[in-house]
Design a protein around this ligand. Structure first.
Ligand SMILES: *Cc1c(COP(=O)(O)O)cnc(C)c1O
Length: 370
């Protein structure tokens, strides 16, 4: 920066400001790449696990109606949505805590449970927000590698628990690798974990799960006072742009989450859109079914080509390509498919429009199965 520019933006003074040193150690969150493609090729954004379908007309109508009230603050207690959700899930309203996406709710959980230096245990690779949320709260991320099938190693996670552990995150299905944790293995794990450690079951993709052995978060929550279930309207419900997610927690934990929330966080458009989406569940569920069918079509086609990919119970597939990840991501992008590369670990591709999925099958065939 030139001296003039530095003077205009006040950089020279600002550089003396003391910020938390943890920020310098934290990676920037990398958003999914926007769609872009060579001339003449339609680009598809398959990099953020978004729902390819736009909002339902009934949802757009609810948002449009509420637009005329945005001079007012939203309902801080999120009353109507909480009531509607309690009915949909068959849980008491006092057990729900809403937030601006489930990432924000997770950050409320960690700030409610962790003092500086306390530990948050989770699998790796898993959701990229986990280490960021832990570090921002002043907690220490403890990352436990996945097994060769890209699944959680719950024994190793149990071994990582210390007297500083306050939160354990279980991502099922695991983003970005795809497999879900099984009910029996989670039960055995929870029998051993100290009952004063909060165990968060992150079910962001629960609507896409078809594995009969999969964890059912709400059933586990009903049995265990130290379990919290995290869900979101961003994926199956297609409301990623409005930012609304929630926790199902036992009353003392739910109350703590309301204390750690940003006041008036869940905006009025998000509140009405989420209610309209719950009202239109059957219609939305047809879309979920079609995405599950597409995931299964893609998974089968890749298996037929000889690919050995981890089983996905979510709306994405994962290619654990190691050092070849960059080559594969480039091949996808040259074909107009924006995908998510995880360094030299692998590449995650969201199940999107039928045409995009078909193109992925073609790119994978051309690349050659691994
Ligand atoms: C997408 C995702 C979320 C949800 O994020 P929102 O903040 O609700 O949009 C949470 N957990 C995992 C594992 C995810 O992949």
């Amino acid at each position: 920066m030139s001296d003039d520019a530095a003077a205009r933006t006040g950089t020279s003074e600002a550089s003396r400001v003391r910020l938390r040193s943890v920020l310098a150690q934290m990676p920037d969150y990398k958003p999914g790449k926007p769609a872009s493609a060579p001339a003449g090729v339609t680009a598809y954004k398959l990099s953020s696990n978004e729902n390819p379908f736009g909002p339902l007309p009934s949802v757009v109508a609810a948002i449009t109606d509420a637009a005329s009230t945005v001079n007012r603050y939203p309902d801080m207690a999120v009353t109507a949505l909480t009531q509607r959700l309690a009915r949909a899930l068959d849980v008491p309203a006092e057990c729900l805590a809403l937030g601006t996406g489930s990432v924000a709710v997770l950050s409320q959980i960690v700030s409610a449970a962790c003092d500086a230096g306390d530990e948050v245990v989770f699998a790796w690779r898993s959701f990229e927000a986990y280490p960021i949320v832990a570090q921002l709260a002043g907690a220490k991320p403890v990352m436990v590698g996945l097994d060769a099938d890209q699944r959680h190693r719950l024994d190793a996670m149990f071994a990582a628990v210390t007297d500083r552990t306050r939160v354990i995150l279980i991502c099922t299905p695991n983003n970005p690798t795809g497999p879900c944790v099984h009910a029996a293995e989670l039960d055995a794990f929870l029998d051993r974990v100290p009952s004063d450690v909060l165990v968060v079951v992150d079910e962001a993709y629960v609507e896409f799960v078809r594995d009969p052995e999969a964890v059912r978060g709400l059933e586990v929550w009903r049995e265990r006072p130290n379990v919290v279930v995290l869900r979101t309207f961003s994926k199956a419900y297609g409301l990623a742009g409005l930012r609304v997610g929630y926790a199902v927690a036992h009353p003392p934990v739910a109350a703590a989450l309301r204390k750690t929330a940003t006041p008036f966080g869940v905006n009025s458009l998000a509140q009405v859109a989420a209610i309209a989406s719950l009202d239109a569940f059957d219609e939305l569920n047809e879309r979920v079914e079609s995405l599950v069918a597409e995931r299964d079509r893609v998974s089968l086609a890749l298996a037929d080509q000889g690919w050995k990919l981890p089983q996905s119970d979510a709306n994405f597939v994962y290619f654990p390509l190691g050092a070849e990840s960059g080559d594969f991501a480039r091949a996808c992008e040259e074909a107009g498919l924006m995908v998510r590369q995880y360094g030299d670990d692998g590449v995650r591709v969201t199940i999107g429009e039928t045409e995009a999925n078909t193109r992925l099958i073609a790119v994978a065939e051309e690349f050659g199965a691994r």
